[in-house]
Ligand binder design. Structure first.
Ligand code: GLN
Ligand code: ZN
Length: 765
């Protein structure tokens, strides 16, 4: 009999119950007991769902109050000194203080850093290691949850991030040393954990080592052998799990490690299955992650069955089936989607449905009678319907994509020529000041959007409310004295969802929430078909705003790469093709903005970097098509129209040439948190166009002073000629309050005026 198992279930709850409980606890609206109760209920419900779906081994340890890497830090007692952890167990409030800097009890301290979990939109909390780092088992949570599940009668498989991935993901604080040296101190703690689990009656433990899907230095590859040969607990089986990509140069290593089972990502690493089969020793279980845990498409199960039958012949009971990775990265349950178009819905599978798919596969492979024939037929029909649906295939869109020429990617003239024409038109002073797009989103704005969506106010009423808000932000900006204005984006709930709702070929679910970090969830749009733009999306708002302002008003769009990277993307054509369709739709929008008299258009590419493939050898290909998509969006305008782009992250030293190749006239980036360190890259690489290094950290409620802004810009001018510098915040202001925003922007303008007089030179002349 084939076993099916799951690597992890979404913890947030089908209705974001965990989010709500967490936020209520942080705001001291509920007590800890109530919070703990919600967690227990969610775990119970999720185990039950999984068992009902036929999962033989349910995961434990996938539930988390914030993040699974932080859980492991707590389990191992890796608590930075500033949190003053002295006891023997890391309590919940210490844990929350590590995550967020504060909690209902305990002294606030700077939160741990958060960063992207591989190539997903999930963020983990970065462990901090010091040279004399100790690892002491300091939490009972995992063991308690194991008992909890066992008492409920489940067969469990605890999930733990493996020691090498854990070390890899952490960062060094204080004096430098080689992280690998920590293995010696770390292994005894892992040994203790595994022994405890064994004593609880656990048969299998899942050790995740996703870094085996990365380019690893030789020392790290070598460390795997020694670490795993030392991590032996008699009678406890280890399933080593790798996901998010093929193993490539780590394949032989992964097959040969002394563990009882290996899980591979059979979606992204499908090409490697046969090699794995030939390398895998005869005693090992092979778990194939055949159902995509990173996307929402239902699978044509038939196409999986034949190859799986061959593998089953070879492996017999040693074959297990699973999703490719934890289901953390997909929404919980499609059942709740009542508003979603029926046809599109029939093509989808969320977490619960993915487990059903596995079950059908298992039954078919085991020749069990019952639902499998029916399930297979339904999957086949859905796949055929999707392949042929006119909802997906728009010949006109495909044709237009095929007709894209190299010429369409280039502006008429080079930057040096364009910028002169733009200056003649815009007449901006030296060091122009601007913001990134959004202004504080007050509860009135959200309410107006909600009322309009649910039909409680008419379009006219809605428009009037938005116009009032636009008038308000324009007046504020003009009073503050900013040079280039924005309309404030009050009509947008989210920079991607807004466009997802307006473009054809994209749909938005009702409850398709996915955890991004802690209690924060996002609802990625679903790009199901050829993308086109039925009507202008932003032109009316921008035209109105420009008509009310006495200086340039920036048009504001989200770029094609960012829409793509923050969505669930169709899997029946290359991502590059979908991106090009998005680019063409946005190109039309850009041109219409230009025709409406908008002289500056910003195309945000906040997520360009996070689309980078995990393996460096694949970077260039991605960057090529991504940059081209941006250029295709932007290049249809006259020289006099100024194109801006914005990126809110500070690590792009390694992709600087690609960013320059986008050829935006102005780029605004995040730099204030790193004290302009990022600009050091310009010592080796001279960025050719205008640039606005952020001078105001919008993630913090602190108001930057005139002096700090002056200092940052002065520092920036050491790297970039002053004529090419802009002054702006790090990112949009929608999460901030008006009070602080007004003060911060006033300081920004004061700093600009001060610097202008210091450089006493006016660009407009
Ligand atoms: N224009 C967007 C805003 O200001 C950009 C947001 C982002 O980069 N994340 O909100
Ligand atoms: Zn940003």
């Amino acid at each position: 009999m084939i076993r099916i198992h799951n690597l992890g279930f979404p913890r947030i709850g089908a209705r974001r119950e965990l989010k709500k409980a967490l936020e209520a606890y942080w705001n001291e609206e509920i007590d800890q007991k109530t919070l703990l109760h919600t967690g227990r209920e969610l775990r119970r419900r999720h185990w039950q769902l999984q068992e009902r779906a036929g999962v033989d081994l349910v995961p434990v340890g996938d539930f988390s109050w914030y993040d699974q890497v932080l859980d492991l830090s707590a389990l191992l007692g890796v608590v930075p000194e500033r949190f003053r952890f002295t006891g023997t167990t890391v309590d919940l409030d210490t844990y929350f203080r590590m995550a967020r800097g504060r909690a209902p009890s305990g002294e606030p301290a700077a939160a741990c850093e958060m960063t992207k979990w591989f190539d997903t939109n999930y963020h983990y909390l970065v462990p901090e290691f010091s040279a004399r780092q100790r690892f002491v088992v300091s939490s009972d949570r995992l063991f308690e949850e194991v008992s909890e599940a066992m008492e409920l009668g489940y067969r469990v498989k605890p999930v733990l991030l493996g020691p090498l991935s854990y070390l890899w993901l952490g960062k060094i604080k204080g004096e430098a040393f080689d992280k690998l040296e920590l293995v010696e101190a770390l292994l005894p703690a892992y040994g203790e954990i595994l022994n405890k689990l064994k004593a609880q009656g656990v048969e299998w433990v899942q050790l995740d080592e996703p870094i085996l899907a990365l380019d690893l230095p030789v020392e790290w590859q070598r460390a795997f052998e020694s670490v795993y040969s030392r991590l032996q607990v008699k009678g406890l089986n280890k399933l080593l799990t790798v996901y998010f990509g093929p193993l490539k140069d780590n394949l032989k290593l992964a097959c040969s490690l002394p563990v009882e089972g290996l899980h591979i990502d059979a979606v992204r690493g499908a090409d490697e299955i046969s090699t794995v089969l030939s390398w895998l020793p005869g005693y090992k279980i092979l778990s194939l992650g055949v159902i995509d845990g990173r996307n929402v498409w239902r699978v044509d199960l038939d196409s999986l069955l034949d190859p799986l039958r061959l593998i089953q012949e070879k492996l017999g009971d040693r074959l297990w089936l699973a999703p490719s990775c934890s289901l953390l990265h997909v929404p919980v349950d499609l059942e709740q989607e009542q508003q979603l178009d029926h046809e599109i819905r029939s093509w989808l599978a969320f977490a619960v449905q993915k487990l059903d798919e596995l079950h059908i596969l298992k039954q078919a492979l085991d020749n069990a009678c019952g639902v499998s024939a029916e399930g297979l037929l339904a999957a086949r029909e859905a796949a055929t319907a999707r392949r042929n649906s006119p909802r997906i295939h728009k010949p006109a869109v495909k044709q237009r994509c095929d007709g894209v020429t190299l010429q369409m990617l280039e502006r008429h003239s080079a930057f040096e020529t364009r910028i002169h024409k733009q200056q003649a038109r815009l007449k901006l002073p030296l060091l122009p000041t601007t913001t990134i797009g959004s202004f504080p989103q007050t509860s009135e704005i959200r309410q107006a959007r909600r009322q309009y969506k649910t039909g409680r106010i008419s379009e006219i009423e809605y428009q009037a409310l938005m116009h009032k808000e636009i008038d308000f932000v324009i007046e504020k900006q003009q009073n503050i004295g900013l040079d280039v204005l924005v309309h404030g984006e009050p009509e947008r709930n989210d920079m991607v969802e807004y466009f997802g709702e307006l473009l054809d070929g994209i749909t938005i679910s009702e409850y398709g929430w996915v955890q991004s970090y802690g209690s924060r969830c996002v609802k990625p749009p679903i790009i199901y078909g050829d993308v086109s733009r039925p009507r202008p999306m932003t032109v009316a708002w921008s035209r109105y705003a420009q008509s009310r302002a006495d200086r340039p008003m920036k048009g504001m769009l989200t770029g094609p790469v960012t829409i793509l990277n923050w969505s669930f993307v169709r899997d029946d054509q290359p991502r590059a093709d979908t991106c090009r369709q998005l680019a063409l739709a946005l190109r039309d929008e850009v041109r219409e903005l230009e025709q409406a008299g908008i002289s500056i258009i910003q195309i945000d590419e906040a997520a360009l970097r996070e689309g980078l493939p995990l393996r460096k050898s694949e970077w260039q290909h991605y960057l090529d098509w991504a940059v081209n998509a941006f250029k295709l969006t932007a290049a249809g305008v006259a020289d006099e129209t100024q194109i801006h782009t914005h990126m809110c992250y500070s690590e792009f030293n390694d992709i600087m040439p690609a960013i320059a190749a986008m050829d935006a006239d102005v780029i605004t980036i995040e730099t204030s948190r790193s004290d302009m360190e990022l600009l050091e890259v310009f010592e080796d690489f001279s960025y050719p166009n205008d640039i606005g290094p952020g001078v105001y950290d919008i993630h913090s409620p602190n108001v930057p002073t005139v002096e700090s802004i002056t200092k940052l810009i002065t520092k920036a001018s050491e790297y970039i000629p002053i004529e090419r510098l802009w002054i702006n915040p790090d990112c949009g202001l929608k999460t901030r309050g008006w009070d602080e925003v007004e003060k911060a922007l006033t300081n920004m303008v004061d700093a600009a005026n001060f610097l202008r007089s210091r450089f006493s030179h006016d660009r407009a002349m």
